[in-house]
Ligand binder design. Structure first.
Ligand code: NDP
Length: 297
């Protein structure tokens, strides 16, 4: 079997185009332009790359971007004061504080300070709790962008996920835990695996849906994949190439897994583009909710 490639780049471009249409409709109908504030503290190179592409795509979607770049030694109190100002600003519908924050800042404290209605990363305890408690109706609150992007691709590839055995490897608040919750909501039978899981290869081999989110390059081997499975590779490891540039490697041995799986996301071009597209989607939805409107189609 040769797996079909799940083209996250193309799906993300389509999603961004739908978001741009929604933004144009909101401007024309209500005179509201969705606004996203991105806060970057310090000069982490990877974060700078992410923030640059977010800024570009926010503008392309027709939204207003509010960029706040603060020095690495910014006191926590100053960051909290900025978050409070953004919470109070009616032109700001979404607030994203780029992680990781410098070590002297308590990330959880800062995330908790963001108004849950503007928490477009879906990482606050309020929105994470809403996801745990959500029934089968629409998700009318922000959901963490990366797992939301994974779910969109899975549904696009598989249609209904009901009854599937799903294994999520990685239990972070950012990816693994919300991914597991979303899959439970889709009526999958979910196992959430981590570094202390026993017989991880055997467990993965039972998965109809396998989501790898560990940051361990090519950890998932071809013979860990059940024939016919759908494989979602969230992991990103940067490796230096001889020409001085960097190459991105996923958590899955792509070549070997492709020979066994039904469908698989590549790295790059799989989940990465979906994360930013989902951030834009969440910002549009937050702006619509702030205006008392339902979700965009
Ligand atoms: P974390 O480091 O927060 O979590 C990693 C998880 O993987 C932990 O739960 C850890 O287990 C588990 N893990 C680590 N090693 C193993 C192992 N050998 N066997 C089984 N489980 C293991 O990472 P994130 O969740 O934030 O990110 C995961 C990956 O996804 C990273 O590569 C990151 O760069 C990427 N990522 C990609 C995004 C995208 O847009 N494509 C967005 C966000 C993240 P334990 O809890 O036991 O330590």
């Amino acid at each position: 079997m040769t797996a079909s490639i799940i083209d996250g780049k193309a799906y993300a471009a389509g999603l961004r185009a739908r978001v741009a249409q929604g933004v144009a409709g909101l401007k024309a109908g209500k005179g509201i332009t969705p606004g996203l504030a991105v806060v970057l503290v310090g000069d982490d190179p990877a974060s700078q790359v992410y923030v640059r592409s977010k800024t570009r795509l926010v503008a392309e979607a027709g939204m207003t971007g509010f960029d706040h770049r603060l020095p690495a030694n910014t006191p926590q109190a100053d960051l909290l004061a900025l978050v409070a100002r953004l919470n109070a600003d009616p032109a700001v519908h979404g607030i994203l504080v780029q992680l990781p924050l410098p070590a002297h800042i308590d990330s959880a404290h800062v995330i908790a300070a963001i108004d849950p209605a503007k928490d477009v990363d879906g990482l606050s305890a309020t929105n994470a709790g809403r996801l745990v408690q959500a029934g089968s109706g629409p998700l009318d609150f922000p959901v963490a962008c990366t797992p939301l992007g994974c779910l969109m691709l899975l549904k696009d590839s598989l249609g209904s996920l009901a009854g599937a055995d799903a294994v999520v490897v990685g239990r972070s608040v950012l990816v693994g835990k919300p991914m597991a919750q979303l899959l439970v909501r889709e009526d999958c039978t979910v196992t959430l695996a981590h570094s202390r899981t026993r017989d991880l290869p055997g467990l993965c081999r039972r998965a109809d849906i396998l989501v790898a989110a560990t940051g361990r390059a090519q950890m998932v081997k071809g013979d860990w994949v059940k024939p016919g499975a759908t494989v979602i590779d969230v992991g990103i490891t940067r490796v230096d190439r001889p020409d001085g540039k960097q190459r991105l490697i996923g958590d899955v041995d792509f070549e070997a897994a492709s020979a066994v799986a039904r469908a698989i996301t590549p790295v790059p071009g799989g989940i990465g583009p979906m994360t930013i597209a989902c951030l834009l989607h969440n910002t549009l939805q937050a702006a619509r909710r702030a205006a008392g409107l339902g979700p965009a189609a």
